[in-house]
Design a protein around this ligand. Sequence first.
Ligand code: AMP
Length: 439
Amino acid sequence: MSNSDPSIQSFDDLSLSESVMKAVKKVGYETPSPIQAESIPHVLNGRDVIGQAQTGTGKTAAFAIPILQNLFLEKQENSRRSIKALVLAPTRELALQIYENFREYGKNLNIRTTVIYGGVPQAKQVRILNQGVDILVATPGRLLDLIQQRKLTLANVSYLVLDEADRMLDMGFVKDVRKIVAMVKHERQTMFFSATLPNAIMSLANELLYQPVRVMVTPEEEMIDKIIQSVYFVNKKKKINLLVELLKNNDLKSVLVFSRTKHGANSVIKLLEESHVRAMAIHGNKSQSARQKALAAFKAKKIRVLVATDIAARGIDVDELSHVINFDLPEVPETYIHRIGRTGRAGLGGFAISFCSQEQLDLLKDIEKHLKMKIPVVTDSAYSIEFTKEVKPNNKNTSRSNKSSNQGKQQRSYSRKRTKNNKVIPKNFSKHDNRNKKR
Ligand code: AMP
């Protein structure tokens, strides 16, 4: 495992060329983030890298800056452009985000980057490819499609990045990824980024990388410390009322609401509109242009609330997101961390509020176990209710009606009384915010 090099305190310590430094200064970065300080020197030295980092840690620049620098140095005047760097991303949103970062960092370098993804007509993408590009950011499906149509070749690719590899695996892209990698030069430099490194991911990495340096940041704990978390126990049918109630507080300036399903996201939007709250949704059933429109409106602060499903939210990068609301708790504890990490970006801090209905108590329990902490329960809303959790192996039914038949079994109470034992008992949001301002 590579340790952070203490000699790298600023971008000046990375020996980047003047034009790259100019672009970095222009985007306003002062010091490299930990993943950047760890990865950039290795990538500049030609090493393969496995990076364990998720969106929000600055990992895009960790591969984009050294790739741009290397391409800039390798550039031969008047040579024909060909794709020399390929970045694979699982979702369109992430692909676009990466593309935008390359464009920003690569200003003034005469290096062309483009992005291709499915769900939109291919003609414009092909036209840009025909004009010649140096760096291609792509989702696997559209890339294979265009390769099969002989619209592009990967024969000259000598830098390969796999971003969010664990998500690629989850989304069933691994076969496609293998097919694509087989078309790239054998003598290449490969960078592999993933939020988690389970066995399946490590074996894929071992297959694709040559003597990689492993770099890792532990953003989760750092990030979680900066995020003020709370949970409301609420009847499933009253979640929307609670959301509307919370949104009356103007301290909730920019709110990303997570819904478990596309249908759920649509119904939240409908009910918010009925309450005169302007909101938009992004999920897999929305067209690419509708998603981009919603994201742009949210980033420009034209709408206060964006409702998203997990997949669509991958790669969403909104600075100064004040609140994440888990309208539904996620099934997987890691997803909870990814979600709440949308706020707290670049160390800014933020708030994460979860709505937990009776049937989601087990999910909450799993999340708390994973976080190794209790999430403080807010009890002062008109919609707050009290639950009693019965711990019953092999029986998922936790409804109150079953309580009497399970007397004597171990019980876990999430009642108001229990919350007094918590270190922090948030009463309302203005209190949260005051605490935040003081920090
Ligand atoms: P990423 O993890 O690549 O999605 O980056 C998350 C956010 O951090 C983006 O808004 C970047 O613009 C920002 N960022 C990346 N590197 C730095 C840096 N060194 N200093 C400040 N912000 C950064």
